[in-house]
Design a binder for this molecule. Structure first.
Ligand code: OSB
Ligand code: MG
Length: 376
C-alpha cells in the first residue's frame, strides 16, 4: 500500500461546556487532524494531544512538528506498509510521541477498513454490537451544580458516573452523591492529584463503594500505586501510567491496579491498544475505553475499539452533544436511553466527515507528499 498524501490540519473548536480536572480548565480545544490519501480513498485520524503538555508530555504543537518532520515522511516513504499494524515498525526510530503516532496509525486502519469494505470494528476484532457508556464529569463550581449534572446524565441513561476529584473535592462530593444515589456505578479520577501522605485519606473512601479510583498518584508510577492498592479495598484503575503492553504487564504483575483504562492516543494507536486489551484479557483484568474530549473522528475510533470483547466496563465514550454544539461527523454520536452506543457496521468508521465544517474551523494546514527521507 502507498500513501499519496498526508494533510495536517489544526482546527479550533469551543467546548459546549468547560471541563475542569485536577490539572486545569479546558474551555475550547485546538485539535490536530490527519487526513491521508491513498488510491482515491481518504481516511482521517485525530491527535488527542492537548493544547498544553499537562495530561502527558505531548501537546498539539509537539505533535504537529513531530508528524511533519519525522512521522509523516516515514509513512509516505514506507515500502512495507500493509496495514495499520505496520505503523509501529515504520515509526520505531522515533521514541515516544505516541499521540502523534496514533493519529497517523489510526487513519491507516480506517483506510484499510474502507479498502476491504469492512467496518473498523470488524477489522480490529470487535465482537460487541453495542457498547456500554459512562460519563466523566469535571470539577464543578459547586456541589449543587455537580448534583444537577449527575441527575441530567443519569436521566439520559448513562450507566456509570465518573467524578473528577482532587484534594478538597473528594469526600464531600462522594458523601453527597452517595446520599442521593446509593446504588449507581460511581468512580473517581484524580489525574495524579494525591501523594503518599494521602494514603489514609484515600483508604477512607472505601465506605463509598466506588467501582474504581483512577490514577490517584504520579502519572508515571507503578510502585506506589501497588503500595496503595494493598492498603485499600477499592480497585485502582491506571490511566496515565499505562503507555504500552509492557506497562500493562508490569502493573498487573505488581498489582498496581485491578482495572485498566485504554486510550488509543496514550498507547500510540490501535495496534498497541489491542495488545494492551489482549494482555489484560489473558490475565482476567477488565478494561474500558477512556476519552480525551475527542471530536467525532476520534470518538468514532473509540467506539470501534470499545467493541473488543474485554471492554466489559462502561467507558468514557459518550454523545457528541456533551462536548460540541456541532460535531464534525455525520451522523453525530448518540447514546440510547439504555446508555449504549450502537457500533456501526458499514465500511470504515461508519461516520462521514463534515468537510464543510472542518474547513470553517481550520486555522492552519499543510500537505506532505513522498520525498527523500534524511536519516543519520
Ligand atoms: O483522565 O480520563 C482522563 C479528559 C482529558 C484528559 C484526561 C482525561 C479526560 C476525561 C474526559 O476524563 C473523558 C471524556 O469524556 O472524553
Ligand atoms: Mg483519567
Amino acid at each position: 500500500m502507498k500513501i499519496d498524501a498526508i494533510h495536517l490540519r489544526e482546527i479550533a473548536m469551543p467546548l459546549a461546556f468547560p471541563f475542569e480536572t485536577s490539572f486545569g480548565v479546558t474551555t475550547g480545544r485546538r485539535i490536530l487532524l490527519i487526513e491521508i490519501e491513498s488510491e482515491g480513498l481518504t481516511a482521517w485520524g485525530e491527535c488527542v494531544a492537548g493544547e498544553h503538555p499537562y495530561f502527558s508530555d505531548e501537546s498539539i504543537d509537539t505533535a504537529w512538528i513531530t508528524t511533519e518532520a519525522e512521522l509523516a515522511p516515514r509513512l509516505l516513504n514506507a515500502t512495507d506498509l500493509e496495514s495499520g499494524g505496520s505503523c509501529p515498525h515504520i515509526f520505531k526510530q522515533v521514541r515516544g510521541h505516541r499521540m502523534a503516532k496514533a493519529a497517523l496509525e489510526n487513519a491507516v486502519w480506517d483506510l484499510v477498513a474502507q479498502q476491504e469494505d469492512v467496518s473498523l470494528s470488524q477489522l480490529l476484532g470487535g465482537t460487541r454490537k453495542t457498547i456500554p457508556c459512562g460519563v466523566s464529569i469535571g470539577i464543578q463550581p459547586s456541589l449543587n451544580a455537580l448534583l444537577e449534572t449527575i441527575a441530567k446524565e443519569l436521566a439520559a441513561g448513562y450507566q456509570r458516573i465518573k467524578l473528577k476529584c482532587k484534594r478538597g473535592w473528594d469526600v464531600e462530593i462522594f458523601e453527597a452523591v452517595r446520599a442521593r444515589w446509593p446504588e449507581i456505578l460511581l468512580s473517581c479520577d484524580a489525574n495524579s492529584a494525591y501523594r503518599m501522605r494521602d494514603f489514609d485519606h484515600i483508604a477512607s473512601w472505601d465506605q463509598f463503594n466506588l467501582l474504581m479510583i483512577e490514577q490517584p498518584l504520579w502519572y508515571d508510577d507503578f510502585y506506589f500505586h501497588s503500595m496503595l492498592q494493598k492498603r485499600i479495598e477499592t480497585s485502582i484503575c491506571l490511566d496515565e501510567s499505562i503507555r504500552n503492553r509492557r506497562d500493562a504487564l508490569a502493573a498487573i504483575d505488581m498489582e498496581s491496579c485491578r482495572i485498566i483504562n485504554i486510550k488509543n492516543g496514550r498507547v500510540g494507536g490501535f495496534s498497541e491498544a489491542i495488545a494492551v486489551h489482549n494482555a489484560a484479557m489473558e490475565r482476567g483484568m477488565p478494561v474500558w475505553c477512556g476519552g480525551m474530549l475527542e471530536t467525532g473522528i476520534g470518538r468514532a475510533h473509540n467506539i470501534a475499539l470499545s467493541s473488543l470483547p474485554n471492554f466489559s466496563l462502561p467507558g468514557d465514550v459518550s454523545a457528541s452533544s456533551r462536548y460540541w454544539v456541532d460535531d464534525i461527523i455525520e451522523p453525530e454520536v448518540t447514546v440510547s436511553a439504555a446508555g449504549e452506543i450502537t457500533v456501526p457496521t458499514s465500511a470504515g468508521s461508519g461516520y462521514a466527515v463534515r468537510r464543510d465544517r472542518i474547513e470553517r474551523l481550520t486555522v492552519r494546514q499543510q500537505t506532505l507528499r513522498a520525498k527523500a527521507l534524511v536519516t543519520a
